[in-house]
Write a protein that binds this ligand. Structure first.
Ligand code: NAP
Length: 309
């Protein structure tokens, strides 16, 4: 019998329980899946970083922590966690992110906010270029970034992507390193941020780097709020150098009511909804990792604790 602790907010249990139970049974695993166990009896923790479990020390026979979120910044540095940590790579979440990113890139590309006219008698058509003449840059070419970059390229955009290590993504100009970042930013008519929050990416988009972007550029951030220096972004939005920003993630969430982003005419705020983990597909990913653990096979999607993602 494998003991699997589900450690996430209570409303998640109801959503996940049927999928996890049927998945474990289908994988031929005899597992006891619960929201409470004596810690020393737990083999696997299916985990959300906002759960009550923050000290892993009492979980003495833990084989792995299986994160339900793609972002691991609030668990990766936990010194009490000695067991392997796997992050969420969920086909449902990837598809959701593609849809959100393509939707907002299209909105900015087509000038939809400008072209849907209010009934004030003004008639100033704004004719967008074709996608092939719009340069989109995606910072982060991981599971989500490479999927979005690929789809944008398939739509005809001139797409570049940037990652820590050199990558090869079909239809995408792949850049890496500091020089690659300058090149990536200087051609970004529309910039999509899909980097994780790590010490190396915090405030990556500061005043200097925002200034490297073309005048009139637009930013779409479904990555993490900490990737952007907020003061610098507000200054460059006010100067007009950056024309528009669509922001899904923030340093403090919910975004405080008095934050200048709310009232800024060129900022669109969305409430961290770019893409949710989908319970059905995510349950299959978690079950596969438990199956692997029991079969002595390597876990999928292990986090590099030193790199922080
Ligand atoms: P991932 O597969 O780990 O990919 C991360 C990418 O960022 C990789 O290409 C990586 O480079 C690159 N990267 C990391 N550190 C870097 C650095 N210092 N310099 C340059 N590139 C760097 O992650 P993912 O699954 O695509 O998810 C990305 C992020 O999206 C998550 O961490 C999370 O913050 C965010 N997210 C948001 C939502 C939402 O609803 N808003 C939902 C899901 C995820 P390498 O390829 O060289 O490793």
């Amino acid at each position: 019998m494998i003991n699997v602790l589900f450690a996430a907010k209570a409303d998640r249990w109801a959503a996940y329980e049927p999928h996890l139970k049927s998945g474990l049974a289908a994988a031929g695993l005899t597992a006891d899946l619960r929201t409470e166990f004596p810690p020393e009896e737990v083999d696997y923790i299916i985990y959300a970083p906002n759960s009550a479990v923050q000290d892993f020390t009492p979980y003495t026979r833990l084989k792995a922590v299986l994160n339900l979120w793609a972002g691991v910044e609030s668990v990766v540095g936990n010194p009490t966690l000695k067991a392997p940590l796997a992050r969420m790579v969920d086909p449902g979440m990837t598809q959701g992110m593609i849809e959100w990113v393509v939707g907002h890139v299209m909105r900015h590309h087509l000038g939809m906010d400008r072209n849907i006219l209010r009934q004030d008698g003004t008639w100033e058509p704004h004719i967008p270029p074709l996608a092939q003449n719009r340069r989109v840059t995606v910072l982060g070419l991981g599971e989500l970034g490479s999927a979005c970059a690929t789809k944008l390229s398939q739509l005809g955009f001139d797409v570049a992507g940037w990652s820590r290590r050199p990558k090869d993504v079909k239809g995408v100009t792949c850049l890496a390193g500091e020089d690659g970042l300058t090149a990536a930013l200087s051609r970004a008519d529309i910039l999509v941020l899909l980097l994780p929050k790590t010490p190396a990416t915090e405030n990556l988009l500061d005043a200097k780097r925002l200034a490297q972007m073309p005048a009139g550029a637009m930013i779409v951030n479904p990555g993490r709020g900490q990737l952007i220096d907020d003061e610098a972004l507000l200054a460059t939005l006010n100067s007009g150098h950056i024309a528009q920003a669509t922001l899904d993630v923030f340093r403090i969430e919910p975004l405080p009511a008095d934050h200048p982003y709310w009232a800024h005419p060129n900022v669109t705020v969305t409430p961290h909804i770019a893409s949710e983990t989908r319970t059905e597909t995510a349950s299959q990913v978690v079950v596969e990792n438990i199956r692997r653990g029991e079969a002595g096979e390597p876990f999928l999607h292990l986090v590099d604790r030193a790199a922080g993602y």
